[in-house]
Design a protein around this ligand. Structure first.
Ligand code: MD6
Ligand code: FE
Length: 202
């Protein structure tokens, strides 16, 4: 395993933290447990270009009424499946935070999908970092500061990479400009899956 790279204050990157076998095991957990749906934007109802699902006691969800955390799947009404133990272990090993994550948001990017610049700010536990795992095709991740304007830097995220965002970067704007199709064979049908782990309540 390579040492963590310090990208900016509060932003750490572990390249290829997960080997191919660990990536495949997580992919199987996602594809076996999770029914994806396409969220829509608050207000406008415009569909996201990513599809999403969740693991954990609280799932992040967006519809016309706003962003929020819910205990159940919006389509099936079933509780979200438990967060895979490999991800709980990764959270402990990389964040050192004293409580487990409550949400694992799963984002699926097929060719052409992206995610606009945003802040992760729907959580009360602002002292906890956010931990993100990339699987499948490369993505161009953009990260800036705590205001929407201002300088940003671009970072390539590849399969197995793990990124943590905390402290002074916890409210940094960030997004996915695009994925680079055909750069990985991991995801059947092609594309990228991102797993974002968060502590929600204090
Ligand atoms: C993605 N990631 O990588 C989207 N948020 O597809 C995020 O929105 C994100 O990677 C907070 C912290 C790390 C992240
Ligand atoms: Fe985010």
């Amino acid at each position: 395993m390579e040492a963590a790279l310090k990208i900016a204050p509060g932003v750490m990157l572990w390249r290829e933290r997960l080997d191919r076998a660990a990536q495949k095991a997580l992919l199987d957990a996602v594809l076996g447990a999770a029914e994806f749906y396409r969220p829509v934007m608050p207000g406008s109802g415009a569909p996201f270009s990513v599809e999403e699902t969740n693991f954990g006691p609280l799932g992040w969800y967006s519809d016309r009424d706003g962003y929020r955390y819910t205990a159940t799947h919006p389509k099936t009404g079933a509780p979200w499946p438990a967060i895979p133990t490999a991800l709980l272990a990764l959270w402990d090993a990389t964040t050192g935070y004293g409580a487990p994550p409550q949400c694992c948001l799963v984002n699926l990017y097929r060719a052409g999908a992206r995610m606009g610049l945003h802040q992760d700010r729907d959580e009360q536990a602002a002292d906890a970092p956010v931990l993100s795992v990339s699987l499948g095709d490369d993505a161009l991740f953009r990260i800036g500061g705590a205001t929407r304007r201002g300088p940003t830097q671009s970072l390539k995220l590849s399969s197995g990479d793990v990124l943590s965002f905390g402290g002074p970067a916890r409210l940094a704007f960030h997004g996915i400009d695009r994925i680079v199709p055909g750069t990985s064979t991991l995801v059947p049908g092609g594309g990228r899956i991102n797993l974002t782990l968060r502590r929600v309540t204090k």
